[in-house]
Design a protein around this ligand. Structure first.
Ligand SMILES: Nc1nc2c(ncn2[C@@H]2O[C@H](COP(=O)(O)OP(=O)(O)OP(=O)(O)O)[C@@H](O)[C@H]2O)c(=O)[nH]1
Ligand SMILES: [Mg+2]
Length: 278
C-alpha cells in the first residue's frame, strides 16, 4: 500500500524543495550509519551535491565494530572522501569534525578573497536516509546555540540558518533522502531502522540477520541471545529459546523476527558492522 506521503508526485515535490534549499549550501554532511556506510547512502546525494563539498558522517560508530570502522575510514581516505566516525549521542568524533570544518571555512575565505568578493559564512546542511541520526547529529553540532535567523529578509517560513562557531552556519532542518533498496541490502536497512520491516517478510529478514551473525559475529550470538552453541542458530531455535510459541504449539517466527530486529535497532546485539570495503 502506498501512503499519500510516498506517492511519486509527493516525493518529486519534496525532492525539488530539497534541491532548492540546498542550492545556496557550500558543504553537505551526509549522515550514514557506521554499521553499513555504503548501503545507507542515498543514491540521490550525488545529484544533490554535485558541485558542493561533502563530509560523510559515519554516525552511531558506538554501535559498529570498531575495527571495521577503522577500515572504512582508511578506505574513504584512499578514495578522496572526507569521512568522520562519530557518536552523536555521546559526542565522540566531533573534535575531529570541527577541525575539518575550520579547514573548509578558511578555504572558502581564501577563495572569496581571491575573487575579490565579500567574506561570508560557510553554509552547511545535513542530509541522509531515515533514522541514521540526522537530528541527533545536528543537535550535537548546534549544541546550545539556538540563535536561528531567517533565511532571507521577509521570509518567515522555511528553513533557518543556525550560526555555529567561527564563520559557519547550518540549516536547522535535516533533509531526508530515500534509501537505495537493493535486494541484498534490505535486511541491513531494516536492521538500522531506515526501512520498516512490516513491508517485507519479517521471517526472512530474521533469518538473514541470524545467518549474518553466525557467519561474522558468532560470539555475539552466545553473549547477547544466550542460546547454546551446539549447532547453527535458526529462527525456530530462537523462538523456542525465548518461548515465543503459538497456541497450536508452533514457534512464532513472526514475533521472533520482530524481536531480533528490535534488538538490532537498539544496539542490543553487540557492536556489529554489516559490510566491509572491498
Ligand atoms: N547509539 C547511538 N544512537 C544514536 C546516535 N545518533 C542517533 N541515535 C539514535 O538513533 C535514533 C534516530 O535518531 P534521529 O536523530 O532521530 O535520526 P534521524 O535521522 O533524524 O531520523 P528521521 O528524522 O526519522 O529520519 C534515536 O533513537 C537516536 O537516539 C549515535 O551516534 N549512537
Ligand atoms: Mg530527524
Amino acid at each position: 500500500m502506498t501512503s499519500p506521503e510516498t506517492t511519486p508526485a509527493v516525493q518529486g515535490k519534496k525532492k525539488n524543495l530539497l534541491i532548492r534549499r540546498l542550492r545556496v549550501v557550500d558543504l553537505v554532511f551526509e549522515v550514514v550509519d557506521a554499521r553499513c556506510p555504503v548501503s545507507s547512502r542515498s543514491p540521490l546525494v550525488r545529484q544533490l551535491v554535485k558541485h558542493k563539498q561533502q563530509i560523510l558522517i559515519l554516525n552511531k560508530a558506538d554501535l559498529a565494530d570498531p575495527q571495521a570502522t577503522g577500515r572504512w575510514l582508511d578506505y574513504f581516505a584512499a578514495t578522496g572522501i572526507t569521512a568522520v566516525a562519530v557518536d552523536s549521542r555521546q559526542g565522540s568524533g566531533f573534535r575531529e569534525l570541527w577541525g575539518h570544518l575550520a579547514g573548509y571555512e578558511s578555504e572558502l575565505k581564501k577563495r572569496l578573497e581571491e575573487k575579490g568578493r565579500l567574506a561570508r559564512e560557510l553554509r552547511t546542511a545535513v542530509v541522509g536516509i531515515p533514522n541514521t541520526g540526522k537530528s541527533s547529529f545536528l543537535n550535537r553540532l548546534v549544541g546550545r546555540r539556538t540563535a536561528a535567523t531567517g533565511d532571507r529578509p521577509g521570509i518567515t517560513k522555511g528553513p533557518q540558518w543556525v550560526h555555529l562557531k567561527g564563520r559557519i552556519s547550518v540549516l536547522d532542518t535535516p533533509g531526508v533522502l530515500p534509501p537505495q533498496i537493493k535486494e541484498g541490502d534490505v535486511f541491513k536497512l531494516i536492521s538500522i531502522g531506515a526501512v520498516d520491516y512490516i513491508e517485507y517478510e519479517p521471517e526472512r529478514v530474521g533469518e538473514q540477520i541470524i545467518n549474518f551473525l553466525e557467519e561474522n559475529y558468532p560470539e555475539n550470538i552466545a553473549k547477547y541471545l544466550g542460546t547454546s552453541r551446539e549447532g547453527p542458530l535458526t529462527l525456530e531455535i530462537l523462538a523456542r529459546h525465548k518461548n515465543f510459541i503459538l497456541p497450536e504449539g508452533m514457534p512464532d517466527l513472526h514475533r521472533t523476527a520482530g524481536y531480533l530486529i528490535k534488538l538490532f535497532k537498539n544496539g542490543k546485539l553487540g557492536r556489529v558492522t554489516f559490510e566491509l570495503p572491498a
